[in-house]
Design a protein around this ligand. Structure first.
Ligand code: CP
Length: 341
């Protein structure tokens, strides 16, 4: 694909070579993300960071990524703090905000809302999550993490064995990640969920059509044997008609250290798009795994900054210019412990 000036709305847009290009640029962003160097390549540019649903890491990491490239960030954090609450349409909102920004990231609860917004926008728009549909930048950072974790084990993404666990019906990160993994070859998927929360048939059919192996499981223990990656997700309670309906699924599948030790191969990587639901009745990914060196969840969040910097650099066509604007860091920088074992 041509990145310059493009919207990023769905992982369907990408070919394997596009993903590899994003990862190549993401790797070059590491010294800036780690505060070893600064760059002002986007000095003067403005990101409109429009989040009409709750978010911690997507909103903040997109904002940090833009700041780390030297740009400024303006943001809205909920519908009621914007004029959408007064009945303004997405069309009008897009026409207005695209006059104030060079690029926009948007999250919204409705499927297709970001695409509708992008249609009216005069600047590129990145989908930060549209309801239960897609979350492309999350899938890119997840796949970047998969690549790194597998590489540390002398393996590649081709031939990966992955169990995706939890609410696979409503989990937009799962939908986008499955589509990206579909670009590689010989991936073995185990889709582990309650029967009512299975992954959409369209995604399963697409993976089968590309020659991947897909096994649907309704039991956690059966699903987590013989895989390289556990990708655990929370029940997306905000997508259910009622809290009572969501409550039926709370705590059904819980991965903890004893389940991991008993059923997983040694060194199985543990991932989660986060937030994990740490309330006692849920705990789909128990905090007794926090000292497990194979827990990659905070390596994922660190990688989110790199991948989002890469998207901005490619879309705004400065990927080749970043290092020309580099300077040393002059302030005290904390020696952050790496999110490694
Ligand atoms: N993974 C993710 O989208 O997290 P936030 O909802 O905190 O942005």
């Amino acid at each position: 694909m041509i990145f310059k000036g493009s919207h990023i709305l769905s992982t369907d847009q990408f070919e394997r070579a596009d993903v590899e290009r994003i990862f190549e640029v993401a790797a070059e962003m590491r010294p800036y993300a780690q505060r070893k160097r600064i760059t002002r390549v986007l000095s003067g540019a403005i990101l409109g960071n429009m989040f009409f649903e709750p978010s911690t890491r997507t909103r903040i990491s997109f904002g940090c990524a833009f700041n780390l490239l030297g740009g400024e960030v303006r943001e809205t954090t909920e519908v009621k703090a914007s004029s959408l609450a007064k009945g303004e349409s997405l069309h009008d909102t897009a026409r207005v905000l695209s006059g104030y920004s060079d690029i926009i990231v948007m999250r919204h609860p409705e499927v297709g809302s970001v695409a509708e917004f992008a249609e009216a926008s005069r600047v590129p728009v990145i989908n930060g999550g549209d309801g239960p549909n897609e979350h492309p930048s999350q899938a890119l950072l997840d796949l970047y993490t998969v690549k790194q974790e597998m590489s540390a084990r002398g393996r590649d993404i081709d031939g990966l064995r992955i169990a995706l666990i939890g609410d696979l019906k409503n989990g937009r990160a799962v939908h986008s990640l499955c589509k990206l993994l579909g670009l590689f070859s010989g991936v073995q998927f185990k889709l582990v969920s309650p029967p009512q929360l299975e992954a959409p048939m369209a995604i399963v059919s697409e993976l089968l059509g590309k020659g991947h192996k897909v096994e649907v499981c309704h039991e956690l223990e059966e699903g987590i044997h013989h895989v390289d990656i556990l990708y655990v997700t929370r029940t997306q309670e905000e997508r259910f008609e009622s809290q009572e309906e969501a409550d039926q699924y709370r705590g059904l599948f819980r991965v903890n250290q004893s389940i991991y030790t008993e059923h997983c191969e040694p060194n199985t990587v543990i991932m989660h798009p986060l937030p994990r639901d740490s309330r006692s009745a849920a705990k789909e990914l128990d905090d007794d795994l926090n000292q497990n060196p194979n827990l990659a969840i905070f390596r994922q969040t660190d990688n989110g900054v790199l991948v989002r910097m890469a998207l901005f650099a490619l879309i705004l066509d400065v990927a080749e210019e970043v290092h020309n604007h580099a300077q040393p860091v002059t302030w005290y920088t904390a020696k952050r412990k790496p999110n490694l074992p």
